[in-house]
Design a protein around this ligand. Sequence first.
Ligand code: SAH
Ligand code: SF4
Length: 362
Amino acid sequence: MNAASVIKKMQSGLTPEIPELVYLLDLPEGDELKQLYSAAYQTKLKYVGNKIHLRGIIEFSNICTKNCYYCGIRRGNHNVTRYQIPEEDILSQALEADQLGLGSVVLQSGERSDEEFVSLIERLVRKIKEKSGGRLGITLSTGEQSRETYLRWFKAGAHRFLLRIEASDPELYAKIHPADHSWEKRKNCLTLLSDIGYQTGTGVMLGLPFQTTEHIAKDILFYQDMNMDMIGMGPYIVHEDTPLAKEMPDFDPQRQLLMGLKAIAVTRLLLKDVNIASTTALQALHPDGRKMGLLAGANVIMPNITESRRRAGYLLYKGKPGVNDDSLSGLELLKQEAESAGEEILWNDWGDSPHYFARSKQ
Ligand code: SAH
Ligand code: SF4
């Protein structure tokens, strides 16, 4: 086996065997890895171009009813001061994103399903739409919900949803979540979202304890099977106040970063016309991490536009970047980063996933 033949297979639209995907994902630094990144970049140029889509992410609340073993804001972490940004402030942050030309926002939070929360989001989505004159695209990332809730939010004007499956293998999922967190339910949520008409995004954490390269290969095939429109994968980063931390005493940032980049490249080669995020977790591991993600095939960046004073409360993992940045200086940096990678930022655009329109026509 060699990288060139597996790459060629994917370029011609064939689905590789699992060992072939594993081969690519296990490549060490060297010529074959360079071939992988460069082929993925060519595929990106061909299907989605060199335009970077921006989504301003607002982490509006760290209150969470769940207890995922890896996450710093899990219910059981009592070292966290909980916050919820007042409704008017969330609205004004979203409108600021519009002013900055970001084109779309992501509202992300811990998971709640009480009526107060559901109606807050419904109202916010309506108001953001109304006050931005329908200009601002709205993505939600607010966890597992009922069909009825997803439908209410969709009707209010949200058009994209991010819900990582976290691990497409139910056994691995069970190792990183408490027993009352259900893989089946989470997977079913992805189907509900797609059926309602959302552009639907999923993904996993990479480099988790207990995770093998074969798991990651199957994760990528899972995205394909589920006909996903958007992918957001990021390296797992240990948070000390979580139960999973003890499973990874020898955290190796370089290894996590490398897997993050390879997974982006293989996903681009296989899925072609989807949107792929170059996630903040890459940047947490390397000052150029986000740019490296773009060069490996990602086309979406999600600048954090949460009010600076709230950011320290939303530490999903250790060393999350931008905790002290304000939105404007962050954006200026991003622009420089993009240009130095030969990429162009698409301002004032929703930056929808071409895959969504292709699958809607099927
Ligand atoms: N509560 C929502 C959205 C917020 S969490 C949800 O869970 O869907 C957003 C993402 O943060 C999760 O999907 C998870 O993949 C990621 N995350 C949580 N803890 C992390 C960690 N320690 N390292 C890397 N990513 C993490
Ligand atoms: Fe809550 Fe999401 Fe963190 Fe799980 S990953 S504990 S659902 S915020």
